[in-house]
Design a binder for this molecule. Structure first.
Ligand SMILES: [Zn+2]
Length: 323
């Protein structure tokens, strides 16, 4: 099936009571590892690219790698999403490349500016049938050039924001952060906030910075010469609870990075005579596959690929015109 809009993906997830993993991609092995998991587990999947990933892949490579993934896996519903779009210009680039969903992250601006910028993107993207994720509240941590102080999402503001912006989904700040160092001590998520916001806004919620940073992945990196400080990520149990309360899209990037790095380090350490990139990128691809397969089971999306009768961006254009 062709790429599907995020709108459909998250609607299906809502119906089925599950969450869909949104995995960051910037090369072939990641995409192949993720798609192998989706195929085996018959799961819908969201592939997302940040501005950094678009730059790294020179736009065109990313476009065709994802096109290859879709062609090679006709049974799997795939969404191609722009992660942390910073401006209408970036959004336009993504839509030109064939993305079926974009995020506009104006959350570091004041409320009124965030509304104005996000609304402008919604008006533009919906003309093309493309879904829009906006963000209210700010996460901690660092993800490429996304950084800031923590400001949890306020339910009153969320209600007003969604009503005025008309976005399809909302990224909320409930205590998660970007990167590998999320919590110094016990992980604390404001799950009551998820419940309250979900009840008030009536659209699917998105959880950023939702890697679990499993100890075994960090250990695997450190066992072969790496030096990563162990910290706690978001416990899978907390994510499952958030899904019960209305989170439908769960962003995972750090865990994939850790899994690949561990596999590359292990291979090169154990076989220092190897120099064919396939010898270490192959195991890295398998590590991505194992991690993503586990998350598809954790989030409950496994087995749901068959539920989808794909709708197109043309269908979505008509939908937005009616709305
Ligand atoms: Zn994010």
């Amino acid at each position: 099936m062709p790429l599907i809009p995020m709108y459909q993906c998250l609607k299906e997830a809502e119906k089925g009571g599950y969450g869909v993993g949104a995995f960051n991609v910037n090369n072939m092995e990641q995409i192949q590892g993720i798609m192998k998991a989706a195929r085996e587990l018959e799961s819908p999947v969201i592939l997302q690219a940040s501005r950094g990933a678009l730059k790294y892949t020179d736009l065109t490579y990313l476009k065709y790698l994802v096109q290859a993934a879709v062609e090679a896996n006709p049974e799997i519903p795939v969404v191609l999403h722009l992660d942390h779009g910073d401006s209408l210009e970036t959004v336009k680039t993504a839509i030109r490349l064939g993305f079926t969903s974009v995020m506009i992250d104006a959350s570091h601006h004041d409320f009124e500016t965030n509304v104005r910028i996000s609304r402008e993107v919604v008006e533009y993207a919906h003309e093309f049938g493309v879904s829009v994720e906006a963000e209210l509240g700010t996460l901690g941590g660092i993800e490429e050039d996304v950084a800031g102080t923590v400001q949890l999402t306020d339910p009153d503001q969320a209600e007003e924001f969604v009503a005025r912006v008309g976005c399809d989904s909302l990224a909320v700040a409930i205590g998660t952060s970007h990167g590998a160092y999320k919590f110094k001590g016990e992980p604390k998520l404001a799950l009551d906030l998820v419940q309250e916001i979900s009840r008030r806004v009536q659209i699917p919620l998105v959880l950023h910075g939702a890697s679990s940073v499993p100890k075994e992945l960090v250990d695997a990196v450190n066992a072969y010469g790496g030096s990563i400080e162990q910290s706690s990520g978001v416990p899978v149990e907390s994510i499952k609870e958030a899904i019960r309360y209305g989170v439908r899209k769960i962003n995972v990037d750090t865990d994939i990075r850790l899994a690949m790095t561990g596999a590359v380090r292990k291979t090169l350490f154990e076989a220092p005579e190897k120099f064919d990139p396939r010898d270490y990128l192959g195991p890295a691809r398998e590590a991505v596959y194992r991690l993503v397969a586990q998350r598809m089971k954790d989030f409950g999306s496994a087995g749901h690929a068959r539920d989808y009768t794909p709708i197109t961006l043309e269908d979505m254009k008509a939908h937005y015109k009616r709305a």
